[in-house]
Every structure is written in C-alpha cells, then in structure tokens.
Write a protein of this length. Structure first.
Length: 112
C-alpha cells in the first residue's frame, strides 16, 4: 500500500480530537497508516496486531493511545490548511519527494 500524507495529516488531527472526514478511506488504509504513525514515532500504542493466518502488510488492529511530542509538533505546524498547502508546494518546487524528513525540512524552512 502506498503511503498517503493527506491521510497521515487527517489521522493526526483525528487523534487530537478534531472532526475530520475519513469516509473516503478504507478500513485497511486507516489501519495501515495508523501503524505507520506508530513506526514513525508520531504516536504511541501497543505493537499492531497482524493475523497469524496470513501474511499481510495490513494489521488487523492498531491501538493508538496518544500522540508523541513530535506528533503534536508536526500537526501543530500543518494543522492550518494554508500551511499544509505551503508545505506541499515547497516540497514540489524543491523537486523533493514528500517524506517525513522533507516534511520537517519544509516546516523548518517555511515557519521558523
């Protein structure tokens, strides 16, 4: 499954308690991206549960207890839709691929 930073942003907002529209995403997409949030250290929770019956990149269950300090910092920087668009534009104009590291670089460059 491909990583979707729009979904990552929405999930961070959702975990913080904001109302966001997730109905356009499948349950599998949401579970996969929640696991990515844990992998990236943006959220805390137990290790995702994967079915023992079959190999799959999609976990059966992901529990997120809270955002980490870094997760809060990231969503604070891109909460505003205008800021988020500026970050995406900066990444595109710089000819870079949108990764967590380039996202942080864009935030540092644009908002520091």
């Amino acid at each position: 499954m491909k990583r979707d930073f729009e979904l990552v942003r929405k999930l961070l907002l959702h975990i913080e308690g904001e109302q966001v529209e997730l109905s356009s995403y499948t349950e599998e997409q949401i579970l996969y991206h929640k696991a990515l949030l844990l992998d990236a250290g943006l959220a805390e929770g137990p290790k995702p549960h994967y079915s023992s019956r079959q190999f799959s990149e999609i976990p059966d269950q992901v529990i997120i207890r809270r955002l980490t300090w870094e997760g809060h910092d990231l969503i604070d920087a891109i909460r505003d839709e205008g800021h988020w668009q500026k970050v995406k534009d900066w990444v595109k104009e710089a000819g870079k691929i949108l990764t967590l590291e380039t996202l942080k670089e864009a935030i540092q460059t644009l908002f520091s």
